[in-house]
Ligand binder design. Structure first.
Ligand SMILES: NC(=O)c1ccc[n+]([C@@H]2O[C@H](COP(=O)([O-])OP(=O)(O)OC[C@H]3O[C@@H](n4cnc5c(N)ncnc54)[C@H](O)[C@@H]3O)[C@@H](O)[C@H]2O)c1
Length: 308
């Protein structure tokens, strides 16, 4: 049987995730949305790219959940995106209802699936999916760190005029203004970043990374970023379905790691066929630890507000 990935939400992020999965031929894709015609039209349009992109992934669009049965991975992108001036937390109330409803539907038909959450506010939506699904932490993972780290890597590569492939960065913590870019693990071809740029330049990159989402919202005015977020979700799905055991920064439910438990927080995770296979604990400087704890506090607030 071919691998099946369901993507819920056929908007900017969801449709681009579906396209990314098809381009990489990772799986067949079921695209679900509440708006009639949109998942059907977008899937057909993407299927018609198949001969050109040389992909045998088959996409199907639907407004119900029957076709999602026995999905290996479900990527949840349903919800409202941020508008200018709106924080991710402003989205909490509306998206809680949406993500809870979607989770109920998908887990009924795919009780063994792995949930990759993208909807914002990310850490709180992971908690909604965890509570509603009753899944163990191995099978509820949030996408944010891959995106935040990719932004930082792009800014570093652009500043140094080097290949993005040579850059390495880890952004941990909550997916919000308190995210924690780890300078001590940022490097270019293994060379510590502090040997390649001065502190002021690095601080500006860290700042731009923290505000990376808002920078795009400001340009777009009517929506939020989706190409880079989708690429992040596709990379996580690929690590899972191809059992890559990649170490990626993801939002994971902590059970004592980093001295914290009972919350989702961005930490280095090993992703493979079983989903979250391990939370990797890295040594942090005192400054990084304090920043991570502060970020955890910021995450706990919307998580406490989850009504379910
Ligand atoms: N985690 C991250 O790093 C990250 C990055 C970008 C966007 N996001 C979040 O992802 C979500 C999607 O963003 P987008 O830009 O694709 O928005 P979008 O508005 O383009 O798409 C959202 C889609 O969800 C659908 N939807 C709404 N309620 C639904 C339901 N009950 N069932 C099925 N589908 C439903 C809508 O019809 C729409 O097509 C937002 O919450 C956004 O904030 C997260």
């Amino acid at each position: 049987m071919k691998t099946k990935v369901t993507v819920v939400g056929a908007g900017n992020v969801g449709a681009t995730v579906a396209q990314g999965i098809a381009i990489k031929e990772l799986a067949d894709v079921v695209l679900v949305d509440i708006v009639e015609g949109v998942p059907q039209g977008k899937s057909l349009d993407m299927n018609e790219t198949a001969p050109v992109i040389k992909s045998d992934s088959i996409l199907s669009g639907t407004n119900t959940y029957d076709a999602t049965e026995n999905s290996d991975v479900v990527v949840i992108t349903a919800g409202l995106p941020r508008k200018p001036g709106m924080s991710r937390d402003d989205l909490l109330w509306k998206n809680e209802e949406i993500v809870a409803g979607v989770t109920r539907e998908v887990v009924k038909r795919s009780p063994n699936t792995i949930l990759v959450i993208v909807s914002n506010p990310l850490d709180a939506m992971c908690e909604v999916a965890r509570r509603v699904s009753g899944f163990p932490r191995e099978r509820v993972i949030g996408m944010a760190g891959v995106l935040d780290s990719a932004r930082m890597r792009y800014f570093i590569a652009a500043e140094l005029n080097v290949s993005v492939e040579n850059t390495h960065a880890f952004v941990l913590g909550g997916h919000g203004d308190t995210m924690v870019p780890l300078i001590s693990y940022t490097s270019v071809s293994g060379i510590p970043i502090t040997q390649l740029m001065d502190r002021a330049t690095l601080d500006a990159i860290v700042d731009r990374t923290r505000n990376g989402g808002a920078e795009i919202v400001k340009h777009l005015k009517t929506g939020s970023a989706y190409y880079a977020p989708s690429a992040g979700a596709v990379q996580m799905a690929e690590a899972i379905v191809n059992d890559q055991r990649r170490i990626l920064p993801c939002a994971a439910w902590l059970e004592g790691e980093y001295g914290m438990k009972g919350l989702f927080l961005g930490v280095p995770c090993k992703l493979g066929r079983n989903g979250l296979e391990k939370v990797i604990e890295v040594e942090l400087t005192a400054e990084e630890r304090t920043a991570l704890e502060k970020s955890a506090e910021a995450v706990r607030e919307p998580m406490r507000a989850v009504k379910l």
